[in-house]
Design a protein around this ligand. Structure first.
Ligand SMILES: [Zn+2]
Ligand SMILES: [Zn+2]
Length: 321
């Protein structure tokens, strides 16, 4: 499923299998989860995808033609971070997520909305056996970048999650497992979403227009809505942090300095490092996360994107070739 021009639907095309270059593995895609970032790419909110591009960066695949690290037949996961230069000042200081030359799967490189794909094997992960292909796919971005977002909450005990979609439904479980208290914020009036959040261990769930019963130590924002930044800040106590976990957000409205005062901070999370991936997948293997998926055949990628655009996906949408 190929994007030729932003703000146009993906097109179904037949192409020959790609040829792996040095260091690359040829993959047979088993499942590819749909990320909100894919939607930002298709909708023109991210500025410079290679075009045409095959989107998709939450790939679970079996290796068809192996390399040094992974042999044919092994199962691997392919995340958003597809390549880094390894030499810039960010890479040299353990921050490859900020690499100046980074290439991203499904954006700079063709991704997983396909039957076959290529990946640099150094950026692939082994996938925990306790998840089948369908349920493993959302771990690769929703889980993984959600986990990086949670890390920036430090040792916060009371965590607010704004936007209870693919990332939040996984991270809520991780946070509960770590002994934190989770407060889930959905779209106002989304009673079913709030019930879902409570089912996954949230101590409180309500609309993003509601005030939680306790002040938050940290708030993680997964919805692409800048207006949630001052809302979350208002719910966050002194010394607390508001972390924006998405790659794109609408403009943040101005707010009085008083709301930031008291050593509150606001920060973003960009991409992932391979270390984040290894840590999170290890944890996902040890604590069986409940992954809620909505399955779409690959050729219905446009319908999956539309469902996500309209907020109609419970958990994560996953494409299956
Ligand atoms: Zn993503
Ligand atoms: Zn670099």
């Amino acid at each position: 499923m190929v994007l030729h021009e932003q703000r146009t639907p993906l097109r179904l095309e037949d192409r020959p299998a790609p040829e792996p270059g040095p260091g690359q593995v040829l993959l047979r895609v088993r499942a590819c989860a749909v990320c909100r970032t894919d939607l930002h790419i298709v909708d023109g909110e991210l500025p410079r995808p290679k075009l045409p591009v095959i989107p998709g960066h939450q790939i679970v695949a079996t290796v068809e033609q192996g390399g040094r690290r992974f042999a044919a037949g092994e199962r691997v996961g392919v995340p958003w971070l597809g390549w880094t230069d390894g030499t810039c000042r960010f890479c040299r200081t353990g921050r490859e997520n900020l690499c100046d030359q980074a290439r991203f799967t499904g954006y700079d490189l063709d991704g997983g909305y396909a039957e076959m794909a290529l990946a640099d094997e150094r950026y692939c992960f082994p996938v925990p056996d306790s998840y089948d292909d369908l349920h493993a796919a959302p771990l690769l971005c929703a889980g993984l970048i959600g986990y990086r977002t949670l890390r920036f909450a430090g040792d916060a005990e009371r965590i607010g999650l704004y936007g209870f979609g693919a990332a939040a439904h996984l991270i809520a479980q991780v946070a509960v497992h770590q002994g934190r208290r989770v407060f889930a914020f959905t779209r106002p009036g989304d009673a079913e979403g709030q019930r879902f959040a409570r089912e996954l261990g949230a101590v409180w769930a309500g609309g993003s227009d509601e005030k939680p019963p306790d002040e938050l130590d940290a708030a993680l924002i997964f919805a692409p809505v800048g207006a949630l930044v001052p809302v979350a800040l208002r719910a966050t106590s002194k010394g607390g942090t508001v972390v924006a976990g998405g790659i794109h957000m609408s403009d943040i409205p101005s707010f009085p300095y008083e709301m930031l005062w008291g050593e509150r901070s606001v920060r973003s999370v960009a991409n992932l490092t391979r270390r984040d991936g290894e840590e999170f997948l290890l944890l996902a293997g040890q604590t069986k996360l409940r992954v809620e998926v909505q399955r779409f055949p690959l050729e219905e990628a446009n319908a999956a994107l539309q469902a996500l655009r309209q907020g109609q996906v419970r958990g994560a949408a996953v494409l299956v070739p």
